[in-house]
Design a binder for this molecule. Sequence first.
Ligand code: DGJ
Length: 535
Amino acid sequence: MRLLNSIGIYLLGIVCFLSAVFGLAAEAPRLVAKDGRWAFFVEGRPYLILGGQIHNSSAWPSELPQVWTSLAALHANTVEAPVYWEQIEPQEGQFDFGNVDLLIRGAREHDLHVVLLWFGTWKNGNMHYAPRWVKTDVGRFPRMINPSGEPIDVLSANSADNLKADKAAFTALMRHLKELDRDQHTVLMVQVENESGSIGTVRDFSPKANVQFAGQVPAELLAVVHKKPGTWSEVFGPEADEMFQLYYQARYVNEIAMAGKSAFAIPLYINVWISYPPAELPERRFAIPGIQYPSGGAVQKFVGLWRALAPSIDMIGPDIYSSDSDFAREVMRAYARTDNPLWIPETGRDDSFAKLLFYALGNGAIGFSPFGVDATGWNSLGDEPTKAHAYNFSLLGPINREIAQLNLEGKLKTSVEEPGRERQELDFGSWQATVSYGFPQRDGQHPPGTKDAHGAALVAQLGPNEFLVTGVDASISFHVPGRLPGLRMLILSAEEGSYDHGTWKTSRLWNGDETDRGLSFHHMPAVVRVQLSTF
Ligand code: DGJ
């Protein structure tokens, strides 16, 4: 009897241990859609990715100490870091995940999540991260051939061997991540390739690819584009070369993603070198695929096509390196779709790009990440610290989950200052918010605006008469439609505070000068929860 009791207690112990272990396992990250809007869920709750992408050569042990200091200064909640094919597979089939492990462990110690970037077949439309054994075996791993018949430094998407080699390495990476991270889910998602496509030719003009190009367009593609059968030139006319590259590239990337996902099912995405207005790139004045942007990439006009051809990819994110607001907004609108969450995996690190975060949130973004945020001491894009991004992240970091939730529910609006638009309205139906930029704001005078038009505001509706408000160098006044602020309405309470694990904590009440001329956000990051009433 005593023996049976001891066995029973022993078994119970094992069960408790196992359930404790399984109970502790974090829920896998995932994308959630609701009524055409999106949220990224981490540990079962919406999460806004406030990311920082480190420099291309910074995912090395020697660089990590400064990476952690830089990410803390940025107030980021997520680090984006590359995984180099040439480093993880120095010899075919022999893997070294030392860098990846150190990165993930370091991120855990610094309370950060991770987005890994697979620098495989493609990096900025070239093949520079392929291992030496790939680069030197041109027979087995064919390059693209340009129209003049010359090879270029881009691997061909029309080669089964290129695909097989990349797929094997990516799958090994995903398998390794599963072992290391399936319980904690420090890694939120993985980017498949980096700005895939070809710089140097619109498509592969090798004899093998030319034979494929002279043949019929595959039925799978015809079904997506709703066209009648024919050769590539017959079906697509002047766009035939680019469509050919896009089709083989999307299939290649999709196959890698599919294999990776079957090893470890976390979200996978691609980033895009977008198509800029020609004048933006003086050295690339022609809007030609393969010159102005990597041919085959999911540029603005091809987002839907890529979504259809690469279903194992969960989303497509534009890298935005123009701070021109009109252009950036147009790009965001092209990628924010019911079949594609808006995610900005890269943008400029300097202050002029920071307000784009508010445009992104106004378009329902699930995350936003400036590039080159670590202090390597060398930076081709400039050396200034990322001040404005850091300010925004310190403002929104503490309420990132609430922002993500409110955006999923369609309750969040943003306003962004532009030259000549120092006063703007946000419309919530029975309540309107007037946003005025720049200080001091004097009675009877138009708001002065800020000197470089960097102001922004975020207003989210919590209830019929309740709002969450914050901003950068902005004042926000509520009013009923058609009346000035203060007429037939008043503020019942304006509580400065923040959310602590989903519960609002008030630090002080704003009243008097802090509310009578609008809720003013200046110098110090603050969030206010305001209750209004009409009479
Ligand atoms: C876009 C690329 O995706 C990044 O890796 C980096 O090269 C940046 N451009 C800036 O140069």
